[in-house]
Design a protein around this ligand. Structure first.
Ligand code: AMP
Length: 279
């Protein structure tokens, strides 16, 4: 049975009891509308912890666009049935007032790593993420936290804040889960039309082709230009970024002499898709 908890006081009691009996608690923070990507994090959490909490909170503070927040898919009943089947112990689904009560005035802001890419195109987004993740760590008191590589920059931001604020949680990154055609699973994919859904995998295909070209010696800028042209030809809208970056610092990378990541954010109709791969 998955127990649904909405108050942080009740959650704290539940976790304290677990910890008194020596259990290791894992948390998987999500915004709901769960898919196999989320469930892969749950499986990792189950394998590496004694008790698993999944949090569902559509965090207004990390949405820089009111209509994106409004259109964000929500179906807690269905999510709960998936979590039951996956053997999750607690679904923590607090309301906005529980997370941001009257008088709330604190913001966690991670400099540097938050600034390029998503940070440049979604002002304030990572302040919202860093603030809510810090709070969820405080509320759940988890020893391990599972995040997807799908949101690569977010994973780096969370690692940074955890170190900087001495939060006693081990952050574990898990690989991106894709549809069979390569499209990275995302809660926003349900908003793609049938035609857009057919176009969508061309993003991952173009990125893979660019990565292969780079590994074979094509200059980075040239490989990225070819990918941009393929993406435009496939019918995508604006490419906000398609870049090669150092994997951890996200500083620009001009060659493959150290671990690098290719990251993209691209519009398809009115849906913004993000993806990233190792090169
Ligand atoms: P979200 O509900 O979109 O905020 O995502 C919650 C967590 O699931 C984050 O750590 C995401 O990186 C992760 N996640 C989302 N999509 C995927 C995916 N396709 N594969 C792996 N992890 C994912």
């Amino acid at each position: 049975m998955t127990q649904v908890i909405r108050s942080s006081a009740e959650l704290r009691e539940r976790v304290a009891a677990w910890k008194r009996s020596g259990m290791l608690v894992g948390v998987v923070p999500t915004m709901g509308a769960l898919h196999d990507g989320h469930l892969s994090l749950v499986r990792a959490a189950r394998a590496q912890s004694d008790r698993v909490i999944v949090t569902i909170f559509v965090n207004p503070m990390q949405f820089n666009n009111a209509s994106d927040l409004e259109k964000y898919p929500r179906d807690e009943g269905h999510d709960l049935s998936l979590l039951e089947a996956a053997g999750v112990d607690v679904l923590f689904a607090p309301g906005v007032d529980e997370v941001y009560p009257q008088g709330f005035a604190t913001k966690v802001s991670v400099a540097g790593i938050s600034e390029p890419l998503e940070g440049a195109f979604r002002p304030g987004h990572f302040d919202g993420v860093a603030t809510v993740v810090s709070k969820l760590f405080g509320m759940t008191q988890a020893g391990r936290a599972f995040f997807g590589e799908k949101d690569w920059q977010q994973l780096q931001v969370v690692r940074r804040l955890t170190t900087d604020l001495n939060i006693p949680v081990r952050v574990i990154g898990c690989p991106t889960i894709r549809e069979e055609d390569g499209l990275a699973m995302s809660s926003r994919n349900v908003r793609l039309s049938a035609a857009e859904r057919e176009t969508a995998p061309a993003l991952h295909a173009a990125m893979q082709a660019a990565a292969a070209a780079m590994r074979e010696g094509t200059p980075v800028a040239e490989a990225l230009d070819t990918a941009r042209a393929a993406i435009a030809a496939a019918g995508f809208g604006t490419v906000e970024y398609l870049d090669l970056r150092r994997a951890e610092s996200l500083a620009p990378a001009e060659d493959l002499s150290e671990p690098v990541r290719m990251l993209a954010a691209i519009w398809l109709g009115d849906v913004r898709l993000i993806d990233n791969i190792a090169v």
